[in-house]
Design a protein around this ligand. Structure first.
Ligand SMILES: C[S@@+](CC[C@H](N)C(=O)[O-])C[C@H]1O[C@@H](n2cnc3c(N)ncnc32)[C@H](O)[C@@H]1O
Length: 231
């Protein structure tokens, strides 16, 4: 059991898609959701507050509206027991991701854990490949990503090691989420995909649909006294 007040941070926690279920499972933990809540995510803060209140979790989930890297850089060393994220690393560039992971290492207490979930950039079938293309290709996406759909798991692992983490591992598992026809069109409109994509791929969307890519979980632990650290 975690000790009372064990403190976890959820970077880019949004409306709590990861924080809420983890908070329900990890009852001894308090959570800090750090998110800038801008643009398409502007309403996430209110949604997180409502969801936490409805589930009786408000006393264990606090929110900081901030840019994640700047917020981490302002924290003292060794203050947190766990730092998590869900679909936050895809929002970064490779250079910023390395800085964020270095700061995660510094901000964790010895033996603290870093856990990052993100969708795999490597499709296992055509339905996943189309999902990735719709989200990341500037021909189709109204908000194409700066660098990638998602970081390669091998790079995340290498950057965790470079930041000083030990026991680094990545694991991939199927999302199990597939949609077809109108349901696929609905998902695409929520992803801000241009109508031209639906026109180009309508027949495939009706016959085969889209599949959310596999989930990747990347973990590392702060070995006591190991790796780059800053006082
Ligand atoms: C795709 S959403 C993921 C939300 C949630 N964590 C999940 O598991 O689904 C990405 C979130 O990261 C936040 N975000 C992106 N870049 C950020 C940054 N540099 N600093 C803080 N928050 C950021 C966005 O506001 C958004 O809430």
């Amino acid at each position: 059991m975690p000790r009372a007040g064990t403190q976890a941070v959820d970077l880019g926690g949004g409306r709590g898609q990861l924080t809420i279920p983890v908070a329900q499972l990890a009852r001894g933990y308090r959570f800090l959701v750090v998110d800038r809540f801008e643009g398409p995510y502007a309403r996430s803060r209110r949604r997180l507050g409502s969801a936490a209140a409805a589930l009786g979790l408000s006393d264990r989930i606090a929110v900081r509206r901030a840019e994640a890297l700047a917020w981490l850089q302002a924290q003292p060393s060794g203050g947190f027991d766990a730092i998590l994220s869900g679909e936050f690393l895809p929002e970064l560039t490779s250079a910023t991701m390395q800085e964020v992971l270095q700061e995660c290492h510094r901000c964790l207490r010895p033996a603290g854990t870093c856990v990052h979930l993100f969708l795999s950039p490597t499709p296992r079938n055509k339905r996943q490949s189309l999902f990735i293309e719709a989200d990341a290709d500037p021909r189709w996406s109204k908000r194409p990503p700066v660098e990638w759909f998602s970081p390669p798991p091998r790079l995340v692992a290498a950057q965790l090691r470079a930041a000083g983490f030990t026991g680094v591992a990545t694991e991939r598992s199927p999302s199990g989420v597939a949609v077809r026809g109108d349901a696929a069109r609905d998902v695409l409109s929520k992803m801000a995909v241009k109508a031209a994509f639906v026109q180009a791929h309508g027949a495939f969307l009706d016959a085969r649909g889209l599949e959310v890519p596999d989930w990747v979980v990347a973990v590392g632990r702060k070995g006591p006294g190991q790796g780059p650290d800053r006082a």
